[in-house]
Design a protein around this ligand. Structure first.
Ligand code: TGC
Ligand code: FAD
Length: 388
């Protein structure tokens, strides 16, 4: 039975509505994700059947207005949902992050009313799946140098190029794709499944996020109708604004993975006996557990404060970078320490720790690597960009 760590009574900082939302997602994760997710990860398979359920419990676009199928919730609710989903598996949270922050958000924020009405309700319900194409084979941390291009051909654009490492690409009905126009300005496009010249092959043999689908987006002279251009954004700040929202969600999500590992390790250490004593009675193991709960508590407070700043529209991108970087590293360290507390049992799929640890190796790289977020903090405090 899972017990959510709350050492500093952070729950008291939440509203009754927040706690109810969290409970409904927590119950769903216990019912629908926890019992099956190890099998999907072992088989390197995405649990596609969960998508509609995720839509029905409101995990897609929770902060998008109800008019467009969202739940009209605040940023704190979004964060709490992400924590619960990632307690199940980072793949499940990834799907919700991409759908909410990287697909629904840009359509809502940068799209016109027709685009909003056409896509958002179906994305909210899970009837449609979205993907976000920014990273390219040769440009990951440095998306500003992207090679994917659009050319104006009168009543349509012609799109050429490719994107790599794209979550949900192989099953996406619509992809928000970032490409440069003939003036070298980054623009956002809605590329739909079935458009001629558009393919999305799967990326196989991953050791991380095995229950998530990853793929490429390949564009070979794809004709994009002009009405599929996102009209209200120009420049690299468009995709980066989407990343602010997704990185914020990851800062909360990583806490869920850390909590699952800590809770598993604590229970195991209390039950497992060596030298006629519970493993939890040894000082070395208590040090590990005590440090874990300390780090989880700090991460919770960071996320909570960031949530209040987001609700007040005051959170800066650099503050979000700090929380994403800190909380993902915290979760990865806790996964590694927890794994050791379980000894050999820690490497099996009977416990969630190894799966979380391997997933977090992607989480620490995507949405901006650990290094890039440090450089963003460095630039923020010194005023000097050290990227190039
Ligand atoms: P730079 O010149 O600094 O900025 C270009 C323009 O963007 C503005 N800007 C931002 N705007 C909003 N939010 C932010 N976070 C912003 N950061 C920068 C900036 O003010 C400027 O605006 P303007 O009006 O002056 O043009 O850009 P740069 O080329 O030097 O790059 C800066 C850098 C390295 C920080 C940035 O490019 C970066 O963050 N790189 C990391 C790339 C990244 O995070 N990729 C993620 C791909 S998506 C993904 O991983 C999804 S995983 C999903 C899942 O499965 O969960
Ligand atoms: P690179 O940019 O090549 O970096 C390699 C190394 O160099 C890193 O350690 C990096 O920190 C370091 N480095 C780079 N630049 C600097 C610098 N200036 N100073 C110091 N060190 C530097 N992208 C999408 O667009 N959409 C998605 O849905 C998506 N999903 C993903 C899913 C998974 C499972 C994974 C693993 C990735 C996904 N990505 C996605 C891509 C992800 O965002 C990129 O992998 C990430 O931004 C890093 O780019 P890269 O892998 O090309 O590494």
């Amino acid at each position: 039975m899972y017990t959510a760590p709350d050492y500093y009574l952070v729950d008291e900082l939440l509203s009754e509505e927040h706690r109810l939302i969290r409970k409904s997602v927590r119950d769903w994760v216990d019912r629908s994700v926890v019992p099956v997710i190890d099998g999907y990860a072992q088989r390197h398979e995405f649990p596609k059947h969960l998508i509609k359920e995720m839509g029905s419990i409101g995990t897609f676009g929770p902060y998008i207005p109800e008019k467009y199928g969202g739940a009209g919730l605040d940023q704190m609710a979004y964060g709490l949902i992400m924590t619960e989903l990632e307690r199940g598996d980072s793949a499940i949270r990834s799907t919700a992050s991409v759908q909410s922050s990287l697909v629904m958000y840009p359509i809502y924020a940068f799209g016109n009313e027709e685009q909003r009405l056409k896509f958002l309700p179906k994305l909210a319900s899970g009837e449609m799946i979205g993907a976000f194409g920014l990273t390219e084979p040769n440009y990951g941390s440095d998306p500003g140098n992207m090679l994917t291009k659009i050319k104006d051909a009168g009543d349509h654009y012609i799109l050429n190029g490719s994107k790599m490492w794209i979550t949900n690409a192989p099953i996406a009905d619509v992809a928000v794709v970032w490409a440069k126009d003939e003036q070298d300005v980054v623009r956002g496009l809605l590329v739909e499944k079935g458009m001629e010249g558009f393919t999305a092959p799967e990326t196989l043999n991953k050791w991380s996020l095995r229950a998530s689908l990853t793929g490429e987006l390949v564009f070979d002279n794809v004709h994009i109708p002009k009405e599929n251009l996102l009209p209200n954004i120009k420049g690299l700040k468009g995709p980066l604004m989407c990343l602010n929202s997704a990185r914020y969600g990851i800062a909360w999500g990583a806490i869920g993975a850390a909590m699952a590992c800590y809770d598993t390790a604590l229970q195991y250490a209390l039950e497992r006996k060596q030298f006629n004593k519970p493993v939890a009675s040894f000082q070395l193991q208590q040090k590990k557990l005590a440090e874990m709960i300390t780090e989880i508590t700090k991460a919770q407070l960071l996320a909570w404060r960031l949530g209040t700043l987001r609700n007040e529209n005051k959170a800066t991108p650099a503050q979000i970078s700090m929380a994403k970087r800190n909380n993902v590293e915290m979760a990865l360290n806790i996964a590694r320490e927890s794994r050791q507390i379980l000894g050999a049992m820690g490497i099996t799929g009977d416990f969630p720790i190894m799966r979380h640890m391997m997933n977090l190796e992607s989480v620490i790289t995507y949405e901006g690597t650990h290094d890039i977020h440090l450089l963003i903090t460095g630039m923020d405090i010194t005023g000097i960009p050290a990227f190039d």
